[in-house]
Design a protein around this ligand. Structure first.
Ligand code: SAM
Length: 240
C-alpha cells in the first residue's frame, strides 16, 4: 500500500499513525512488521517504511529507504464545471488517475451551484495519488469563473474543448493536427456542466486561439464520462 503523510521523510524517521491509518494497515490490509509500506509526502520522493505495532490498536511507521526520487507534477490542466458531490469525487479521482496535474473547477452559466467543497476535492486528489502511484500531489486551485480561467491559461497551452456540437470526427486525428505527439504542447482540457455551455460561453471558448473543439462521439456523455474519455484520448495521443 502507499500512504500520503505530511511529515518530512528521511531514513530513520518514525511516523506515528492515526487510528484510522493504523486500523487500515493492521486490520484491513492485515500488514505485519515484515510487510513494507510505501510512504510519500509530495516533496521527498517515495520511501519504504516498516509497520511497528504500538499497543493494541496503535502503530508507527519506521522509514527505511527511498524507493523513488520525487517527480514533478503533470503539466495537464483539467478544467471542469463542478458537479454534485458524489460525482465530483469520482471526477476528481479519475482526473488524477488519467494524468491531470492541476484540477480547476470553473463556474459556468449552467453550473449546478457554485459552491465547491475544495477540502473534499483535495482529499480525493490525495487519495487518487496514493492509489495510482504518482508522487506529486495535484494542484486544486479555487474555482474561477470560466472567462477568468480561460484568461489565466498561458497562450501556448493547447485547450482541448469537449464540445458535443463539434463535428464527429476522429478525435485522435484532431488532436494530432493540433499538437505534435513528439513534442506535445502544454495542455488543458475543458468539460462543461450537465446543463452544457451557453451559446455565449461556447463562442468565447472557440474564440480563444490555440483551442481545439473535440467531439467525443455521437452520443451525449455525462460530464464525468466526458472527462475520462477526453483524458484517455489525450493520453493516447499527446500525454504520457
Ligand atoms: N449539451 C448537453 C446536452 O444536450 O445534454 C449537456 C452537456 S453534457 C451532459 C456535459 C459536458 O460533457 C458537455 O458540456 C461537454 O463538455 C461534454 N460532452 C458530453 N458529450 C460529449 C460529446 N459527445 N463530445 C464532446 N464533449 C461531450
Amino acid at each position: 500500500p502507499r500512504l500520503h503523510v505530511a511529515a518530512d521523510l528521511a531514513a530513520g524517521v518514525i511516523l506515528p499513525l492515526d487510528r484510522a491509518q493504523a486500523n487500515y494497515l493492521l486490520n484491513v490490509l492485515r500488514r505485519g512488521p515484515d510487510d513494507p509500506v510505501l510512504v510519500f509526502n509530495g516533496r521527498d520522493g517515495e520511501w519504504r517504511a516498516h509497520l511497528v505495532q504500538t499497543g493494541r490498536k496503535g502503530a508507527d511507521l519506521h522509514v527505511a529507504a527511498r524507493t523513488r526520487p520525487q517527480s514533478g507534477r503533470a503539466d495537464l490542466h483539467y478544467l471542469f464545471a463542478p458537479l454534485k458531490s458524489a460525482r465530483l469525487d469520482y471526477l476528481a479521482q479519475k482526473a488524477v488517475e488519467m494524468g491531470a496535474g492541476t484540477i480547476r473547477p470553473v463556474i459556468t452559466r449552467f453550473t449546478q451551484g457554485d459552491r465547491v467543497n475544495m477540502d473534499r476535492l483535495r482529499a480525493n486528489a490525495v487519495e487518487a495519488a496514493e492509489q495510482c502511484g504518482i508522487l506529486a500531489i495535484p494542484d486544486c486551485p479555487e474555482p474561477e469563473r470560466l472567462a477568468a480561467a480561460l484568461a489565466g491559461l498561458a497562450p501556448e497551452r493547447l485547450l482541448v474543448f469537449c464540445d458535443e456540437d463539434a463535428p464527429v470526427r476522429d478525435p485522435v486525428a484532431a488532436l494530432r493536427a493540433a499538437g505534435d505527439p513528439l513534442a506535445p504542447p502544454p495542455l488543458a482540457v475543458l468539460v462543461g456542466p450537465e446543463g452544457g455551455f451557453s451559446e455565449e460561453e461556447r463562442a468565447s471558448i472557440r474564440a480563444r486561439p490555440n483551442t481545439v473543439a473535440l467531439s467525443l462521439g455521437p452520443r451525449i456523455l455525462r460530464a464525468d464520462t466526458a472527462g475520462v474519455a477526453v483524458l484517455a484520448v489525450v493520453q493516447a495521443v499527446l500525454g504520457d
